[in-house]
Design a protein around this ligand. Structure first.
Ligand code: C2E
Ligand code: CA
Ligand code: CA
Length: 856
């Protein structure tokens, strides 16, 4: 896992402002430990476990199988032409009585060989008892100095087979072959001696090789505890745990070496018949090593070898060939310095296995995607195999299977750990996620670092306008900002608090010690100050602020981490509503408020579905002739559950949740429909028009104009009959876009009015550019006009607004008229229209209809 706190990013964060403090070293150590410890731990556990399993011998079969693969992979078809094998086959035997070679035949065979002056003859045929006829002739033939004869050592199961009488010990070699637990011959028993060193036993192949090397002055043979030495060549002694072996100690007796099966053919081979009929070339024999033995399967002198698993026929090798292989191997080592086969020391093996465990661990820990992970694993497996092959060619049998298992098992355990880690940590910031944070918080309650305090303080931090950053600069920018903020928080609090990323752009901070309120203000100020630093993303400056909610909890048995986090969240939401970039403290009861609000939201959606909304119409009166000039449509909610709910209670919530868009459409349609009905009922009231309030959400709907056009068309109402009431603040966000939109609305023939005029912060310099028809003076000015408050300040304001409206050739409506005095003042100021309880409250459509009828 790469640390998100790369140097590059840090620099960027601090670039425009003061630089970030250098990353605290203990913090960096923690990051490193985070990576290092799990791998160290699991690789050690895996290696030690593998050691145990291996020692029990459970891996031996697999390791031997892998070894055989290596053998087959590296073998070739070459022959050692220093050797010739006289293989006595079925046909040769059939020519003899009872399928047994008589002494005469062997004597004849030896004479035939000796004619060509071979260097050594190894006779792999037992002659411990006479096989008449030809006893005399054989005894004569066996006197030749270059003949080695076989014997079999006595053991617990048999008496052994003695050599023919009268042959000196230097020409006798034992032919006992060692068979592995899976019946395969992989080792060769070269030499043995009694504990006191008085009785010495040389293997058949060793005697032949020594005899051959004698003529080349390479005969010096020495025995050491851990190896044999011929001339200057060392033959390492096999132990019971060499390579993949896990043998009982008794199995590893004597000086054994690994057989090097480099060619399945071993040497040229002719039959007895070929020899006796002269069907060979003389130089095959001259000065060569001749091995004579049975190759006929009926003699049952054949054994499985590493080649066997891949062969379908002839899958066993005759004993004489195996001896030949060993002879060839000794000679090659001594004369050509070819490495003999050995294994690593135990330490080397464990370092190798542990090393691959690390590779598996690092691979899994650092790779997050499947394809690179799989490629990495394949590469590693390939690496183990190639190295095993390479080392085998250099004469080392190294642990392939344990290394593979080390890689796989450490990888798997790291994967499991990673999955577990991921379920509790946020991958982006490496902070505990909500789940772990809550657990930590709950645990903190139990442990409570500072026993003298029972209070815990929780900060809930939410980045303001994070979605906007994501939308404008892309999610990478957002990610980077989150990482940077997480880092800043970590550095700010270090060991004094524990943190968590508890939501998309939400962080929670729990102080480990109790603090008083003045300290809290300092901490919040610090947070705001840290976040206020400019963050540069690809050349764009990002200024982030956050809203912070704070909640105190009392530690103890009743403590609920989840609850406390929710309280802090509620406080944060209040801070956000109050205008962002500030903090708020949770006080008892706020949760109830939040719940109630939430319930209200749900009820609002249902109200729309269940048609619980009604429109009321408040008349707008011409102050000149007291006639009805129009109506303002005002929405009412008659809730089945809550009774009557005032629009000022639900309109802001509908606005926030977006419900207003749908509700607004319904209001517009309903008002237009009513207007159309009245038009048809009362043709005499042609100048009466309908005012509809527009919310800011609706105002920023991209399809507002087309929707109004469609509604007008569907209902058959002309645009002049409809007036939209817009507040100043809606237009001030983007003045040019607002003017553009207003122009398009005007193009539909609509009339436009600025509602609550005087309360917003409109710049008067723009006012003349807005294509509007009417100013609506806010109720707060009108209602206080006739009071002597502030020496008639309010009537002055009203006077000014009316004058301003007239200067800009706009009509003026005064809303909230409640007294006849107010009417009088407004009339004196030549205000065109009035609206208020003095004339009428908002009326149901039936009452409003009746009013229209009467006024005609
Ligand atoms: P507003 O647009 O300023 O609406 C005028 C409010 O003043 C109405 O309150 C009306 O009943 C009240 N009013 C009228 N004459 C008098 C008076 O003489 N004395 C007093 N004390 N009040 C008077 P209402 O209907 O409670 O509406 C409150 C606000 O809710 C409205 O203020 C408007 O902002 C919003 N609203 C109401 N209906 C709708 C609607 O259909 N759509 C939208 N977007 N907003 C609406
Ligand atoms: Ca209004
Ligand atoms: Ca108003």
């Amino acid at each position: 896992m790469s640390s998100p706190f790369s140097r590059k990013r840090q620099k960027r964060f601090g670039a425009a402002n003061q630089p970030l403090p250098a990353i605290n070293s203990s913090f960096r150590k923690r990051c490193l430990t985070l990576l290092f410890l799990p791998i160290l731990f699991s690789s050690l556990v895996v290696t030690v476990t593998l050691g145990g399993i291996r020692q029990k011998g459970y891996l031996q079969f697999l390791e031997l199988t892998a070894y055989d693969h290596l053998v087959r992979l590296t073998s070739h078809q070459g022959l050692d032409d220093r050797l010739l094998i006289i293989g006595i086959n079925e046909k040769d035997l059939q020519k003899q009585q009872q399928g047994e070679l008589s002494d005469a035949v062997i004597a004849k065979l030896l004479r035939a060989l000796q004619q060509h002056r071979p260097a050594v003859i190894g006779l792999d045929i037992f002659r411990d008892v006479p096989h008449p006829p030809g006893e005399e002739a054989l005894a004569q033939a066996l006197k030749a100095e270059n003949i080695i004869v076989p014997t079999q050592l006595p053991n617990s199961e048999s008496q052994g087979v003695p050599p023919p009488l009268g042959i000196p010990a230097s020409r006798v070699g034992f032919v006992d072959l060692i068979i592995d637990p899976d019946n395969v011959v992989r080792r060769y028993f070269l030499y043995g001696q009694s504990p006191n060193g008085q009785v010495k036993a040389y293997a058949f192949a060793l005697q032949i090789a020594l005899k051959y090397l004698e003529s080349r002055n390479k005969k010096v043979f020495k025995v050491f505890p851990d190896d044999l030495q011929i001339s200057s060549t060392v033959f390492p002694r096999l132990s019971s745990t060499s390579g993949g072996y896990q043998l009982p100690a008794s199995e590893a007796q004597g000086w054994q070496v690994l057989l090097k099966y480099d060619s399945p053919q071993v040497a040229r081979q002719i039959s007895l018949e070929q020899l006796l009929t002269g069907d060979f070339e003389p130089n095959w024999l001259e000065n060569k090593i001749i091995l004579v033995g049975y190759v006929a399967p009926s003699k049952k002198d054949t054994f499985p070898t590493p080649y066997s698993a891949a062969n379908t026929t002839n899958f066993e090798m005759p004993g004489v060939k195996i001896h030949g292989l060993m002879v060839s191997q000794i000679i090659k080592s001594v004369l050509e310095d070819q490495p003999s086969l050995t294994s690593w020391s135990n330490q080397q093996e464990w370092i190798w296995i542990w090393g691959w465990s690390w590779v598996g661990g690092i691979l899994v820990w650092r790779t997050n995607r499947l394809v690179p992970l799989l490629s990495g694993v394949l590469l590693a497996v390939g690496g183990i195999w190639s190295l095993s092959l390479l080392f085998y060619l250099q004469g080392f049998w190294i642990p392939f299977v344990p290394a593979l298992l080390g890689l796989a098992l450490t990888g798997a355990s790291l994967l499991a750990y990673k999955v577990l880690y991921r379920t509790y940590h946020d991958p982006l910031t490496e902070l505990p996620n909500r789940r772990l944070f809550l657990q930590n918080l709950q645990k903190f309650n139990r442990v409570g670092i500072d026993p003298s305090h029972d209070q815990v303080t929780l900060f809930f931090l939410d980045i303001d306008g994070f979605n906007k950053i994501n939308a404008a600069l892309g999610p990478e920018a957002g990610d980077c900002l989150l990482k940077a903020i997480a880092l800043k928080l970590k550095q700010l609090f270090q060991d004094q608090a524990f943190l968590g990323r508890v939501g998309g752009d939400e962080f929670a901070i729990c102080l480990k010690s109790a603090v008083d309120n003045s300290k809290i203000d300092t901490i919040v100020a610090l947070i705001h100050q840290e976040l206020a630093e400019i963050f540069i993303w690809q050349g764009t400056e990002i200024r982030s602020t956050a809203s912070v909610g704070i909640a105190h909890g009392t530690l103890g048995r009743e403590f609920q981490a989840r609850e406390l986090l929710r309280y802090a969240d509620i406080a944060m939401n209040r801070a956000k509503e109050a205008g962002k970039d500030r903090h708020d403290l949770y006080l008892a009861g706020m949760d109830l408020e939040a719940t109630q609000r939430w319930e209200l939201e749900i009820d609002l959606w249902n109200a729309l579905k269940n048609q619980e909304f009604r429109l009321y119409y408040q008349p707008i009166i011409s102050l000149k002739n007291r006639k009805i000039a129009g109506f303002e449509a005002l929405v009412r909610w008659q809730s089945s559950k809550r009774g009557f709910v005032s629009p000022s209670a639900f309109i802001p919530i509908a606005e926030e949740t977006g419900l207003i868009v749908e509700l607004g459409q319904w209001i517009l349609k309903e008002a237009c429909r009513q207007m159309r009905t009245w038009q048809q009922m009362f043709p005499q009231h042609q100048s009466v028009i309908m005012s509809v309030n527009l919310s800011s959400r609706q105002f920023s709907q991209p399809n507002l104009v087309s929707q109004i056009a469609l509604t007008l068309e569907q209902i058959g109402l002309s645009g002049e009959m409809l007036k939209l009431e817009i507040t100043e603040s809606m237009m001030m966000n983007d003045v040019e876009a607002a003017i553009e939109l207003l122009k398009r609305l005007k193009a539909l023939g609509l009339r436009l009015s600025i509602d609550d005029f005087g309360t917003g912060y409109s710049s008067l310099s723009y006012l003349h550019r807005f294509p509007i028809d009417t100013l609506k003076i806010d109720r707060s000015f009108v209602s206080r006009m006739d009071l002597s408050e502030d020496e008639g300040k309010y009537s002055q304001i009203v006077r000014t607004i009316i004058a301003l409206g007239h200067n800009l050739e706009l009509d003026v409506i005064a809303e909230g008229i409640e007294t006849s005095d107010q009417v009088q003042i407004l009339q004196d100021l030549e205000c065109e229209y009035g609206q208020g309880y003095f004339f009428a409250k908002p009326l149901s459509k039936e009452v409003a209809t009746e009013l229209l009828r009467q006024s005609s």
